[in-house]
Design a protein around this ligand. Structure first.
Ligand code: GLA
Length: 367
């Protein structure tokens, strides 16, 4: 692995960091103009960059120990470098002049676990470029550029949630986000609660194709209902006349938006947990994006002392689940579930939040 000093050789650089996200409620609602409640992860991605001395750009990931070098006119690189190149291209399309760059990336966000490591890389890159080039760019516009980089250059037809969360959320509040107006509001977590995140260890196979299929089903449902998007459907009863599976897909989106709005009114942890459970069952039964591992992990989490509710988080088809639990109980509950699940199934689940270090701090504070 190259150190920062070896890579930059004493040339001054700018640095910027961005977190991943865990969505607490409001899944598959963003591309339906709906509502969601993500929080930022403690884990983050740090991007350092400087103008390169010559025509060659060099992007280095210390996490992967992988280096990509290319000249400006060449095709965009692949792998981690593509997200960075996509952000550069987005700025250039907007009229910015970006010189060839030397970029050094470091991250403790697990990739492929459903915590939006790609959004974190995009947002950190754009923050660093904003500083390097002294561009005026507010955090919402920056998030939209990051999302467009993902859609156009990484080929994932995602909504706005991940990049908005990485750009605007923090670890201690929920970011209430309206995907239609892009209005945001930071809300406190329910009193005396904290979150637990467990990675199922199951890679999100088929996620992209199934994701696009769900998007298309939602558009079709909205079209049949004569509304611009499913956000505009007032009540769950209004979708009952749709043919299957559009009825089920629309029912999930309409009921999920209602759950987010209920939670955003400021409910206690028990009520919030019940809304999370209902969200999981809706994602499992109506939206059909869960898998056995996520069903089982969320069941095990619900059975732990101090856990109020649990659901899959992110797109589904693998990745992670999130639970809300009594403050201070998360590390014990999450560790117990991971141990039990791996012993029962031979799986590779792991506790992502609380991270062991912060749990240790919490324990010593409680001692
Ligand atoms: C992925 C997408 C988001 C969102 C979620 C599902 O994370 O990137 O835009 O659609 O799935 O809620």
């Amino acid at each position: 692995m190259k150190t920062v000093d070896e890579f930059f050789g004493g040339v001054p650089f700018v640095a910027a960091r961005a977190p991943g996200r865990v969505n607490l409620l409001g899944e598959h609602t963003d591309y339906n103009d709906g509502f969601m409640l993500p929080v930022a992860t403690a884990q983050s991605t740090l991007v350092r960059l400087a103008a390169a001395p010559g025509p060659e750009s060099v992007y280095y990931s210390a996490t992967l120990d992988e280096e990509v070098a290319f000249e400006a006119a060449a095709e965009l690189p692949t792998g981690f470098a593509r997200y960075i190149g996509g952000c550069v291209s987005m700025l250039e399309e907007g009229g910015a002049r970006v010189p060839p760059l030397r970029v050094y990336v470091e991250s403790n966000l697990p990739a492929g676990a459903g915590l939006s490591s790609s959004a974190a890389l995009e947002v950190a890159t754009l923050r660093a470029l904003r500083r390097l080039l002294a561009i005026e760019l507010d955090d919402v516009t920056l998030a939209l550029l990051a999302q467009q980089a993902e859609v156009r250059y990484a080929g994932v037809n995602c909504g706005v949630m991940d990049q908005m969360a990485s750009s605007l959320a923090n670890e201690t509040s929920m970011l209430f986000l309206d995907a239609r107006t892009l209005a945001t509001r930071l809300l406190p977590l329910p009193p005396d609660s904290e979150i637990v995140v467990v990675d199922s260890g199951v890679p999100r196979l088929l996620a992209a194709s199934k994701y696009n299929e769900r998007r298309a089903e939602c558009e079709q449902a909205a079209h049949l209902l004569g509304v611009a998007s499913l956000r505009d459907v007032g009540a769950v009863a209004d979708v009952e006349a749709l043919p299957a599976p559009l009825r089920q897909r629309a029912r999930h989106v309409v009921s999920e938006n209602a759950r987010v709005l209920a939670a955003a009114e400021g409910v206690d942890a028990a009520r919030f947990g019940a809304l999370m459970n209902a969200s999981h069952y809706s994602l499992r039964d109506d939206y059909e994006v869960s898998i056995g591992a996520l069903d089982e992990l969320t069941e095990l989490l619900r059975a732990q002392p101090g856990v109020f509710g649990a659901r899959l988080t992110g797109a589904g088809f693998g990745g992670a689940c999130v639970a809300l639990c009594r403050r201070g109980a998360g590390f014990t509950a999450g560790s117990a579930v991971v141990a039990r699940y791996n012993a029962n199934t031979g799986g590779a689940a792991r506790l992502l939040i609380p991270a062991a270090a912060s749990a240790a701090t919490l324990e010593s504070e409680n001692a």
